[in-house]
Design a protein around this ligand. Structure first.
Ligand SMILES: [Fe+2]
Ligand SMILES: [Fe+2]
Length: 165
């Protein structure tokens, strides 16, 4: 059984992962609108991945006899300023998600919930990857600056991303 505290924090995490999926879909559409189709593909894949994250939490809550409560969702922004702005905001968002995961880990530890601790390990590792990848793209976009050729090449590279990476 999940403790009520862990259960409600897991539900908050489900909402956060679903919002991430929503946010990255909005970012994908925005990248499309500024002629960065590769970046749009990258964010579309990221959006799918976030839905998978939400589903992992849903499964965990259900398997532990908890109750899944889906909340309404905030509307994501429409305009992210630039390709660089988009990836910067994605990085900031992932840093917040990392804090939530860390908070959940602390709570599971405090409640002696070993099953949740084991479950959360995957997300601890995943957040390291998320921050690293978003950070890398931010640095590459900063290096490309306003150089159209460099931006075109980078966008192509981002478009080569395979789903669930
Ligand atoms: Fe996630
Ligand atoms: Fe990932």
């Amino acid at each position: 059984m999940l403790s009520p505290d862990v259960e409600s924090a897991m539900n908050a995490q489900i909402a956060a992962e679903l919002y991430s999926s929503h946010l990255y879909l909005a970012m994908s559409a925005y990248c499309e609108s500024i002629d960065m189709p590769g970046s749009a593909t990258w964010f579309a894949a990221q959006s799918d991945e976030e839905r998978e994250h939400a589903l992992k939490f849903v499964r965990h809550v259900v398997e532990r006899g908890g109750r899944v409560i889906l909340a309404g969702m905030e509307t994501p922004p429409v305009d992210f300023g630039s390709a660089l702005g988009t990836f910067e905001q994605a990085l900031t968002h992932e840093m917040n998600v990392t804090q939530m995961i860390d908070g959940l880990c602390g709570m599971a530890l405090q409640h002696g919930d070993y099953a949740s601790q084991v479950f959360l390990q995957w997300f601890v590792t995943e957040q390291v990857e998320e921050e690293r990848t978003a950070g890398e793209v931010v640095r590459m976009l900063q290096a490309a600056g306003a150089d159209p050729a460099a931006l075109l090449m980078l966008d192509r590279e981002l478009g080569a991303r395979r789903p669930a990476g």
